[in-house]
Write a protein that binds this ligand. Structure first.
Ligand SMILES: Cc1cc2nc3c(=O)[nH]c(=O)nc-3n(C[C@H](O)[C@H](O)[C@H](O)COP(=O)(O)O)c2cc1C
Ligand code: FES
Length: 641
C-alpha cells in the first residue's frame, strides 16, 4: 500500500483500482452485518467460498462480504451483480444452486426471491423490492456495494475525493459555510445545525481542539449507527477528517459502545488503512494538515450517549452529564474546545462537500435537509433500516416501505425518537417526518427509532416500559430526574396493575412539567415525552385503567382475565395440555374450564386454542362468566357428539 501525496495521486490510484475491476464480472455479495451474522451469514460465506473453489470459478467470480443491506427482517441477503438479482433468507444449502444456476447460467431461482405479499408477485431485482425502491439511500446505499474491510472498495466509489477537495480547494471557513448552507442538522437527537456548532468550536479560544464521533447509540431497537460504522467506516472517518480540518483540530476520538464488536473491528481496520494511504496522520495527502484518530470503547450506558457524559466517560470517569453551558464547543475534553457529532451526521459531510450544499439542500423540507436513516421495528411487516428524504410521511414509511401491519391488524401508534420520544397516533400518519413537525406533535426525531404499535398494544404499558428504562438508565446525579422518574414509575405501575387513583393522572402531568424544567440533562427534560404524548392522544385509555380497572388493549396482566366460552369449546385438550400452571380442567368429552385462582395469565391457552374454535376469551373490566355446572359440561359435549 503506497502513501498518497496529492489529489492527483489519489485520482490515479482510483483509476488503477477501477481498471482492475470488470463491471460485467459476476460478483456475489453477502450481507455480513450483525443481524445477518446472527442468522448464519458466516456459514453462508464459507459455503460460497467452498463452492466457488469446488466449481473452479475463482478467476471468473468475485465474492464480497458487505455491511447491512437494511432489510434485516429477510436476511441473510445475497445479491448477484451485475444484474442485482436479490435472494433473501438464504441458507448454506442454497449456495450450490445459486452458483450453478444464477451465477453461471443466469437463471433466476424463483423460490429465493422476494414475494410481494399484496400481489403475490415475485421480485427479481433488489432495486425493485418495495422496501428498497421507496427509499433514497444516499448515506446508507454504499453499505451493500462495498466490503467495509477494503479501502479500495471505498476508493472505487469515490471515497476520499471530498477530503481532497476540502484540503486543496477550500479554506476551513468555506467548508463551514458550505455545511451551514446545506443546513445539515445533527442526526444524534437534538437536530442542532452542524455548521454553526463547528463555527463555535473553530472560533473558541485555544490551540488544542478535539473532534468526537458519538457511536454510543443506546436507544432500544435503534442500530443505524452500528450499521453505518460496521458497513462503511471510511465514510464516517472521511467526514471526521474534513470536520477536523474545518475546526482546526488535530486529534479525534470515536466513542463506540462495547456491545458493537464488529463496528470496532471494522473501524480499527479502516483507521489503519487510512493511515497507510496517508488519509490520516502527518501531512495528510501532502496538504500539511495532521490528524490522528483514537477509538474508545464505552461501557454501554444510555446516559453516556449524552455529549457531556460521553466526554467525561472518554476521560476515564463515570459518564455522568454535567450542566451546560459551558458547551463542549467551548469547554469539552480535558477542558479544550470539542466538537461532537453523531455517526450519521459525520457520514453526511463527504456527500455535502463532494456534491455541494445546493444539491444537499434540494432534498428534504424547509427546515430539515437531506435524508434520515430510521430503524423501523415493532409491529410492521418489513423491519429493518430505511433511509428516506426528510419530509416523507409516516404513512409512506410504514406502509410503502414497511409493508403495513402484520396479521391484518390495525395500526395504533408509532413511537419516534426512542425512549425520550413520543407516541404518535393514526390521525397524524400523513404528517411529514422532519425535526420540526415531530416536535410539533409532542415527539422528537431523536436518533431515528421508529417503533410501530398495532391495536394489541397498550400505550399505558408502553409509557411504563420507557419510563422504567429511563429510570434504570438515569445517572441519578440530579434529583428531578432521579426521583421524578422513580415516582413516575411507581404511578404507572399502579395504573397498569389496577391500583391507580384518579389524581394520579394529574400527578403524572405535574411531575412531567417539573422534570422538563428542572432536570440537568436532556435525559430528564425529555423523559416524560412518552407519558405526555400518550396522555395527549390516548387519555381515555389511562382513564379506563384508573376508573374502570380495564385495559382496552387487553395487555395489562392484572386487569385481564381468561375464560373458555362453553359454546365454542370443542374439548380438544390442546389448552389443557399446554397450560403451564395446570389451571385448566376438562376431558375428551368435557368442555374445559379455567381455574381463575390458578391462572397466571401467561396467554398460552389464548395462543394455542385453534383459530377455528376461538374458544379462549380474554376480557378486562368485567366479571368472568361462571362456568357451566359440572353435568352441563358433559351434556354440551355429548350434543356435539
Ligand atoms: C440521554 C441521552 C443519550 C444520548 N445518546 C446519544 C447517542 O447514543 N448518540 C448520539 O449521537 N447522540 C446522543 N445524544 C445526543 C448527544 O448529546 C449530542 O447531542 C449529539 O451527539 C450531537 O451530535 P449531532 O449534533 O450530530 O446530533 C444523547 C442525548 C441524551 C440526552
Ligand atoms: S444485517 Fe443483513 S440486512 Fe441488516
Amino acid at each position: 500500500m503506497a502513501r498518497i501525496n496529492s489529489p492527483t495521486e489519489l485520482e490515479e490510484l482510483r483509476q488503477e483500482i477501477l481498471s482492475q475491476r470488470d463491471p460485467d464480472k459476476p460478483c456475489i455479495t453477502l450481507c455480513s452485518g450483525t443481524a445477518c451474522h446472527a442468522t448464519g451469514s458466516e456459514k453462508i460465506a464459507s459455503a460460497i467460498e467452498q463452492e466457488i473453489e469446488k466449481q473452479g470459478l475463482e478467476a471468473e467470480v468475485d465474492f464480497r462480504r458487505t455491511g447491512c443491506h437494511g432489510f434485516c427482517e429477510r436476511g441473510p441477503i445475497v445479491v448477484i451483480y451485475p444484474e442485482e438479482i436479490c435472494y433473501l433468507q438464504i441458507k448454506p444449502e442454497d449456495i450450490p444452486e445459486i452458483i450453478s444456476q444464477t451465477v453461471k447460467e443466469k437463471k433466476v431461482i424463483e423460490r429465493l426471491l422476494y414475494t410481494d405479499p399484496t400481489t403475490g408477485e415475485k421480485v427479481t431485482y433488489e432495486s425493485e423490492i418495495p422496501f428498497y425502491n421507496n427509499q433514497e439511500r444516499l448515506v446508507f446505499g454504499p453499505n451493500r456495494r462495498i466490503d467495509p474491510k477494503s479501502i479500495e472498495d471505498y476508493l472505487a466509489i469515490g471515497g476520499y475525493r471530498a477530503l481532497a477537495k476540502a484540503l486543496f480547494e477550500m479554506k476551513p471557513e468555506e467548508i463551514i459555510e458550505e455545511v451551514k448552507k446545506a443546513n445539515l442538522r445533527g442526526r444524534g437527537g437534538g437536530g442542532f445545525p452542524t455548521g454553526r456548532k463547528w463555527e463555535f468550536c473553530r472560533n473558541a479560544p485555544g490551540d488544542i481542539k478535539y473532534v468526537v464521533v458519538n457511536c454510543d447509540e443506546g436507544d432500544p431497537g435503534a442500530y443505524m449507527d452500528r450499521a453505518l460504522m460496521e458497513g462503511n467506516p471510511h465514510s464516517v472517518l472521511e467526514g471526521l477528517i474534513i470536520g477536523a480540518y474545518a475546526i482546526g483540530s488535530h486529534e479525534g476520538f470515536v466513542y463506540v459502545r462495547q456491545e458493537y464488536p464488529l463496528a470496532v473491528e471494522n473501524l480499527n481496520i479502516a483507521i489503519k488503512q487510512a493511515e497507510e494511504y496517508g488519509f490520516l496522520g502527518q501531512n495528510i495527502l501532502g496538504s500539511g494538515f495532521d490528524f490522528i484518530v483514537n477509538v474508545h470503547r464505552g461501557a454501554g450506558a444510555f446516559v453516556s450517549g449524552e455529549e457531556t457524559g460521553l466526554l467525561i466517560s472518554l476521560q476515564g470517569r463515570a459518564g455522568e452529564p454535567r450542566p451546560r453551558p459551558p458547551y463542549p464547543a467551548i469547554r469539552g475534553l480535558w477542558d479544550k474546545p470539542t466538537n461532537i457529532n453523531n455517526v450519521e451526521t459525520w457520514a453526511n459531510v463527504p456527500l455535502i462537500i463532494d456534491r455541494g450544499a445546493e444539491w444537499f439542500a434540494s432534498i428534504g423540507t424547509e427546515g430539515s435537509k437531506g435524508t434520515k436513516i430510521f430503524s423501523l421495528v415493532g409491529k410492521v411487516n418489513n423491519t429493518g433500516l430505511v433511509e428516506v428524504p426528510m419530509g416523507m410521511s409516516l404513512r409512506d414509511i410504514i406502509y410503502n416501505i414497511g409493508g403495513g401491519i402484520p396479521g391484518g391488524k390495525k395500526f395504533k401508534a408509532v413511537q419516534t425518537g426512542g425512549p425520550s420520544g413520543g407516541c404518535i397516533p393514526e390521525e397524524f400518519l400523513d404528517s411529514a417526518v422532519d425535526f420540526d413537525e415531530l416536535t410539533r406533535l409532542g415527539s422528537i426525531m431523536g436518533s431515528g427509532g421508529l417503533i410501530i404499535m398495532d391495536e394489541d398494544t397498550c400505550v399505558v404499558d408502553v409509557a411504563r416500559y420507557f419510563v422504567d428504562f429511563l429510570c434504570d438508565e438515569s445517572c441519578g446525579k440530579c434529583i428531578p430526574c432521579r426521583e421524578g422518574l422513580r415516582h413516575m414509575r411507581e404511578l404507572l405501575n399502579d395504573i397498569v396493575e389496577g391500583k391507580g387513583k384518579e389524581e394520579d393522572i394529574e400527578l403524572l402531568e405535574e411531575l412531567s412539567r417539573v422534570m422538563a424544567k428542572a432536570s440537568l440533562c436532556a435525559l430528564g427534560t425529555t423523559a416524560a415525552n412518552p407519558v405526555l404524548t400518550t396522555l395527549r392522544y390516548f387519555r381515555d385509555e389511562y382513564r379506563a385503567h384508573v376508573e374502570e380497572k380495564r385495559c382496552p388493549a387487553l395487555v395489562c396482566k392484572e386487569l385481564v382475565s381468561y375464560y373458555i366460552d362453553p359454546a365454542k369449546c370443542q374439548a380438544c385438550l390442546i389448552c389443557l395440555r399446554n397450560c403451564p400452571a395446570e389451571a385448566i380442567s376438562g376431558a375428551r368429552n368435557q368442555i374445559h374450564v379455567i381455574d381463575q385462582a390458578k391462572c397466571t395469565k401467561c396467554d398460552t391457552c389464548f395462543d394455542v386454542c385453534p383459530a377455528r374454535f376461538g374458544a379462549v376469551k380474554k376480557i378486562s373490566g368485567e366479571p368472568v362468566p361462571a362456568p357451566p355446572p359440572e353435568k352441563e359440561r358433559v351434556l354440551v359435549k355429548a350434543k356435539r357428539g
